[in-house]
Design a protein around this ligand. Structure first.
Ligand code: ADP
Length: 680
């Protein structure tokens, strides 16, 4: 869908895709305060390019290289207002240039909301106390747009384009390691870009920024100074593993001439020297107590291309039979592709400070697929391959330590900083739930304590242990209800009825929830099997809440109205397996429960899957409230032999109960006209 065709190597302007253009616009013009991160982004791209070439050299004999050859050079020209970031990494061909820098967000099929749409949405959802719409101020509007830009930047990693926050023009001159021809890409970040042949003596990439002129609000000149660039590197890129070099000016005393007299005045002269600006000490080798939080955060963002600080930094240093250092981060936001099939989990694997694998998936269990980080062990062999890793017992030992450490850190976070934990859980709770489900419940003793669910009683998120602690004496099960919307779920008749008996109900709104609880079956304090209680769906039939008196009343009623129930079942023509009496319902005339392991909510989910059979129904039971006046009307109709009325009311009650549960009804038109008939 690119608007200009590739192929011609001439100077034709190629246009940015519409979404890309909007995003660029927003990013450049929004009040995104943290402009200075552009350098971190360009340096980490340069460092990645060096890594890529280094990897190539391991397998491709034609690439002659040692790790020490790879460097990043930084320079600036105050008069020309340029900053140049150069690397001698892998470089790009013209096709790669087009693919990598021609579209923001890379994937052509990716449809994401434009930031304007998001901002409008937010503005629309703000309401005053009286329920009327709040009109955002101009400033709020700008702020919202900026937040959304940051969100999108974060989600899609538009790292390179951050250059346009400080530059009016960006020129990229690059030569692929596999080609003799260099190309340049040039753009003002507004309409489009041009790609044309260029000169470059070796492989690698130069990114040349023409820095914007100063304005009243923004001082861009600070970037065009040695001190400015030096401080950006030490702040944002200190731990980059390749030297970041810059020619710096120093001054020194001129040696005193031998024939200098008594009145000699020392002279000074300026000279230039190439200096390495970054420390390059691996941050993961340092003790956590020695490193500032800010340093970790900046390292994380540079290393893992994120724009948001991590919510937790975990460091482990182990010495003994096998020594290793681990530095891990729990991201502050969910990567946009976390639940797509292309997402790859894994930690970066280093051996003595040399990267040997970008994503080593054996180091992380699936339920912690969101964790990012680094493992460095001198005890691992350098030329380890993916196949041999599978059987590497040292690696397995490290992985098991890592998993335990993550679990304990999350448990601590949950206990000490609930707000952050809830935010974490909203982002990544699904992975943990899925982990329990995929283990057929076996992982519940380890992971069950990390789960959060919405408590209907307390109106907030609680852990399963908190649920058990709050429970009144004699409660025999952990009650939950499942549906897609919290607001509806908490009002359903069965939830309110169980609540009115003093029992809390966990409201499950995520599709994986019921499968997760189903696989756990029971949960006991701290994950213990002893004294564990069964999970019960409030809509799953007998909840074991009936007293002896309830049971007797139910039996009597079912016997007494046997004919009525049979007639109603008949009227519903196979939609229900049974019509019975509910002793739970308080205000509602009827409800629907299910028999067997599949709930209505699960049925709804299963039906939405690609190859679901159309006519699949879990056995449904229509439960009636005998204390409700409608029931008396039905009893009377049956007595009068008014079969038509019994039939109509049975259908109405059934449809009504489905609607309350958020389930579709078979024939909405018939339902509506039956209600209209009743009205007149
Ligand atoms: P990201 O780095 O998150 O993938 P960017 O927008 O920063 O996103 O970069 C897009 C792509 O352009 C990179 O994935 C990489 O393939 C390519 N690229 C950017 N800078 C360089 C560079 N200095 N050398 C080689 N390739 C680069």
């Amino acid at each position: 869908m690119r608007q200009a065709r590739r192929g011609g190597k001439g100077n034709t302007m190629r246009k940015f895709k519409t979404e890309s253009k909007k995003l660029l616009d927003l990013m450049i013009n929004s009040i995104y305060t943290n402009r200075e991160i552009f350098l971190r982004e360009l340096v980490s791209n340069a460092s990645d390019a060096a890594d890529k070439l280094y990897f190539k050299s391991l397998t491709d004999k034609s690439v002659k290289l040692s790790k020490d050859d790879l460097v990043i050079n930084l320079s600036f020209d105050k008069e020309a207002r340029t900053i140049t970031v150069s690397d001698n990494g892998i470089g790009m061909t013209d096709e790669e240039l087009e693919k990598n820098l021609g579209t923001i967000a890379h994937s052509d099929s990716l449809e994401f909301k434009t930031a304007e749409a998001l901002a409008a949405e937010q503005a629309n959802s703000a309401t005053n106390k009286d329920g009327s719409k709040k009109k955002p101020t101009k400033k709020q509007e700008q702020q919202m747009a900026a937040n959304d830009a940051i969100d999108i930047i974060g989600q899609f990693g538009v790292g390179f384009y951050s250059a346009f926050m400080v530059a009016s023009k960006v020129r990229v001159v690059t030569r692929s390691y596999a080609s003799d021809q260099a190309y340049q890409w040039e753009s003002d970040g507004v309409e489009g870009y041009q790609i044309s042949p260029a000169e470059r003596s070796t492989h690698g990439t130069d990114v040349i920024l023409t820095i914007k002129p100063n304005t009243d609000e923004d001082d861009y000149d600070t970037f065009l100074s040695e001190a400015g660039l030096r401080s950006l590197v030490s702040r944002y890129s200190n731990y980059v593993r390749y030297p970041i070099r810059m020619e710096v000016t120093k001054s020194r005393q001129v040696p005193k001439p031998e024939d200098a007299g008594e009145d000699y005045v020392p002279e000074w002269e300026d000279y230039t020297e190439v200096e390495t600006l970054n420390s390059m000490v691996p941050i993961w080798k340092r003790r956590k107590s020695e490193v500032k939080k800010d340093e970790y955060n900046e390292f994380y963002k540079g290393q893992f291309h994120d724009f948001v600080d991590p919510v937790r930094t975990i460091s482990v240093h182990a010495e003994g039979a096998i020594s290793y250092d681990v530095l891990m981060f729990i991201p502050g936001q969910r990567p946009w592709d976390l639940y797509s099939k292309d997402y790859e989990k894994g930690l970066q694997l280093y051996s003595s400070n040399v990267l040997i694998m970008e994503k080593c998936d054996q180091l992380l269990p699936d339920h912690y697929n969101f964790v990012r980080g680094i493992v460095d062990s001198q005890d691992l062999s350098l030329n380890i391959s993916r196949e041999t890793l599978q059987h590497n017992s040292q690696l397995r030992a490290i992985a098991s330590k890592i998993e335990k450490k993550i679990t304990s850190e999350l448990a601590t976070l949950c206990k000490n900083d609930r707000e952050t934990y809830e935010q974490f859980f909203e982002n990544f709770g699904r992975s943990i739930k899925f982990g329990i489900y995929a283990s057929y419940g076996a992982a519940k003793s380890e992971l069950g304590g990390l789960l959060l669910f919405h408590s209907a009683k307390l109106g907030k998120m609680v852990t399963l242990d908190e649920y058990l602690e709050e429970m009144p004496d004699g409660q025999g099960a952990i009650y939950y209800a499942a549906g897609d919307q919290l607001g509806r779920l908490e009002k359903t008749p069965l939830v309110t009825s169980v609540l009115s008996r003093g029992y809390d109900v966990l409201l499950c709104t995520q599709d994986i929830d019921e499968f997760c609880l189903g696989s756990m079956q029971t949960y006991g304090k701290g994950g213990a099997t002893e004294g564990a209680l069964e999970f019960k769906n409030v809509a799953g039939g007998d909840l074991g809440l009936d007293t002896e008196a309830d049971k007797t009343a139910k039996e009597t009623a079912e016997k007494e109205h046997e004919d009525l129930f049979a007639a109603m079942k008949e009227a519903l023509g196979g939609m229900v397996s049974k019509v019975s009496v509910s002793s739970l319902l308080a205000d509602a005339p009827a409800t629907i429960t299910t028999e067997g392991p599949i709930s209505l909510e699960m049925e709804r989910l299963l039906a939405s899957m690609p190859d679901a059979p159309d006519d699949f129904h879990t056995p449904r039971v229509l439960e009636l409230n005998t204390r409700h006046p409608v029931f008396q009307v039905l009893v009377q109709a049956q007595k009068d032999g008014d079969t038509q009325k019994v039939e109509r009311y049975a259908k109405l009650l059934y449809d009504q109960a489905l609607l309350v549960e958020g389930m579709p009804i078979d024939d909405p038109v018939a339902f509506a006209s039956a209600v209209a008939d009743l009205m007149v």
